[in-house]
Design a binder for this molecule. Sequence first.
Ligand code: MG
Length: 281
Amino acid sequence: MRQRFTSSNPRFNPSSGRRPGAVLATAAVLIAVLLVATNTRSTAGQKYVEHDRSHPLPPVITSGECSTQDKAGAPPSDAIVLFNGKDLSNWEEVEGGGPAKWEVGDGYFQTVPKTGDIQTKDKFGDMQLHVEWATPNPPHGEDQDRGNSGVFLQGLYEVQVLDSYHSVTYADGQASAIYGQYPPQVNACRAPGQWQTYDIIFHGPRFSDEGTLLRRARVTVIQNGVLTQDNVAIMGPTGNHIRPQYTPTPEKMPLRLQDHNHPVRYRNLWVREIPSNWNGD
Ligand code: MG
């Protein structure tokens, strides 16, 4: 039977014969805990007390509009827009750096098989990334040969794009997988031809000046509003049947999209950069 906190329960009644020495010891422990807590708060770099009116307010932005199947949404006002719906001026070929040869349609662009991967001209580090994609309808092929593309964070870490709707492949190769490393928590895929969303939170790796890995890259993926990757630690650059080790890389690198010989469509791509030293101050 559980003890209750009542005055008739001597075990929990502070006036029930507890010795003065024990009370003093308890008070000392409480003071020590408070001191440690205070010290922890200051060493964590939190310069402000609770509800401090001198704590600067966050910037005000306009948060944008969600997409529908028929219409791409609007990015947040502080986003870097990677595709304006009309041309690929923000993109280039990975091989050679020439103009991206993928095809632009009405508000979207799509892979032109065998033209190669494309990448952003801008470089990004820690970021919030929004991507919308659609695999071919009617579907063609099966397994990995069905609506395959990929979002390569920093050009190295692939969040798989694949038609995984009623189509089976290996777990760490389906849509929303960190390719070859982490299967998604669930298969949240929509049917071929339907627009799907990735909202990705990415924190890149860090290296010491000597090139030692200080922290692995981490990524969270939300597909179609469903959590599929929860802050997983990426093991290194993704690859097919290999898991390469980290090698020192710059803090910012281009975002790459994969040409896997399938006409996968993209629209409404934008990035919000996360300050690398952000700690709430
Ligand atoms: Mg792929």
